[in-house]
Design a protein around this ligand. Structure first.
Ligand code: ATP
Ligand code: MG
Length: 487
């Protein structure tokens, strides 16, 4: 740890207090979580010094980006395009992607879905079995291997999961099951645009359900609906389930989840009653069949539609002050497709009474990488990104206003050590840059809290704590600031 040079000058009372604070035994005294030599360093994935980081922020808005999330993702160094519609995730962007992925995963697990991992490369034969190899069209990237076998980069996985399930499952006792994976997909979109929002390679969570009959499949669908509502709420965004143009077999079991944003690709109409629902407090478990049915009824009786399914008559029945229109981004899509794949691919199980039954299936997608863009569309201001806490790459950013000021640097070092010791994900901007530049970068990358440490404050024993979302700043002692952040 850097310290104030002994005897370099007479210290004020505030500085003495600060020094007393600095000399306290700190549990994670060793910098960046290092421990006595010989022991392995504990992992501190949440700790980063900007001076050592790969966080390329841009001053200027890139000219080739049209929408705000794409501009900000480039400026704040989240991604770089490596080919049309294909992106490398730089450290900051990757942290956010992983946060989103983890929330999606936890809510899938809670809903009773089991995680697995299917490959990105698939055999064309699989798709011939389901009958859609030729039908799929130019969005599919078709590849030949060295033996001239036809392969493809998976745009989705219904065919593969149906084959895997078919080859292992024999009896009604093996149902119901929900399986999911979080895996890269490739779709050769005609017009990849808006950065990761409509990429060609993108990360998707796709889940698949298998049930003995339609009634069972409905319950699986309702469980996924609840899991989606909870997932998006945890991500800190409002995603409204909207009835989608029904899939191949009709019915009411197809919903898109739409985040409101002016740059969205579809026009949307919804009842603001959605703004008041709290899907977590709704004391609803995944084993409560009656509760799941009433959740679905509640969603179905509250108006929400995209331009594709909009119904003027039903819309005009919604109270006028509760009607909201706007544009929206599709972040998820769930649908029931019955025996489309199970029939085509010969998935049959014994029903227990001598009969053979064809399971009924549904599939449930979330655009994990698109969500990074969608969250930014929904949460930013003039200065940059404003991350909702659950997906923020780091919770706290420490800024030293003058890196060459010993007292500020010591205080900042100590704050960094304490925060990471307390398990708070912290980015420490210790670069030798002007304070103003550093504050600008910190606003741009949008961490929820900024701890600003400068010589003037240190002289009077204070630091500044700024909340990014509101811009609210508070001057307080370093101890109180840390107590607040680690509470
Ligand atoms: P869209 O209408 O936006 O093309 P889709 O109907 O083709 O979407 P699905 O096949 O249901 O999408 O895929 C599930 C989710 O994957 C979508 O809700 C979306 O969030 C995401 N997604 C689909 N295509 C892309 C893409 N090209 N880039 C990024 N995310 C995508
Ligand atoms: Mg599409």
């Amino acid at each position: 740890m850097r310290g104030t040079k002994p005897g370099s000058s007479r210290l004020s009372r505030a500085e003495l207090q600060m020094n007393a604070f600095l000399s306290q035994p700190v549990s994670a005294k060793q910098q960046d979580g290092a421990v006595a030599s010989g022991e392995p360093r504990p992992l501190q994935r949440g700790a980063m010094r900007w001076s050592r980081a790969f966080l390329p922020v841009l001053k200027e808005s890139p000219a080739d980006a049209q929408i705000v999330s794409h501009k900000l993702m480039l400026r704040a160094g989240l991604v770089r395009q490596t080919a049309a519609g294909i992106y490398a995730w730089l450290p900051l962007g990757f942290r956010v992607l992983q946060k989103i992925e983890q929330i999606v995963r936890e809510e899938q697990d809670r809903a009773g879905a089991q995680e697995m991992l299917m490959p990105t490369i698939q055999s064309a034969d699989l798709w011939r079995e389901s009958g859609r190899y030729d039908a799929y069209g130019p969005e599919m990237l078709r590849i030949r291997d060295r033996h001239d076998r036809e392969m493809l980069y998976g745009p989705t996985n219904e065919d593969m999961i149906t084959a895997l399930f078919r080859d292992e499952v024999r009896s009604y006792r093996d149902l119901p099951r929900m399986l999911y994976h979080i895996q890269w997909k490739f779709r050769d979109e005609v017009r990849p645009r808006f950065g990761v929002m409509r990429g060609r390679e993108f990360l998707m969570k796709d889940a698949y359900s298998f049930d003995i009959d339609e009634a069972g499949a409905r319950l699986s669908y309702y469980k996924q609906m609840l899991a989606y509502l909870r997932t998006f709420q945890r991500l800190g965004i409002q995603a409204v389930p909207m009835k989608a143009a029904s899939g191949p077999i009709g019915g009411d079991l197809s919903h898109e989840f739409i985040v409101l944003a002016p740059t969205g690709e579809s026009e949307v109409f919804y009842d603001t009653a959605y703004d008041e629902f709290d899907w977590h407090q709704a004391d609803l478990g995944y084993d409560d069949d009656a509760g799941l049915h009433s959740l679905f009824d509640r969603v179905n009786s509250t108006y929400a539609a995209t331009d594709e399914t909009h119904d003027e008559a039903r819309w005009s029945a919604v109270e006028e002050d509760r009607r909201r229109t706007g544009r929206g981004i599709e972040v998820g899509h769930i649908f029931y497709f019955g025996d489309k794949y199970s029939s085509a691919m010969g998935l049959k199980i014994s029903g227990g009474d001598g009969t053979m039954v064809t399971p009924m299936m549904g599939s449930y997608g979330i655009g994990v990488s698109r969500l990074v863009g969608a969250v930014i569309e929904a949460s930013h201001d003039e200065a940059g990104i404003v991350w909702p806490e659950p997906v923020a790459p780091w919770q706290v950013g420490i800024v030293t206003m003058r890196a060459d000021d010993e007292a500020s640097a010591s205080a900042a070092d100590a704050a960094y050590t304490q925060l990471i010791g307390a398990g708070i994900e912290t980015l420490y901007d210790d670069r030798d840059e002007r304070g103003g530049v550093k504050l600008g970068s910190m606003d741009l990358i949008g961490l929820p809290w900024q701890l600003i440490i400068g010589p003037r404050g240190i002289a009077s024993g204070t630091v500044e704590l700024k909340r990014r979302a509101t811009g609210e700043r508070q001057e307080l002692s370093l101890e109180s600031a840390l107590a607040r952040l680690t509470a």
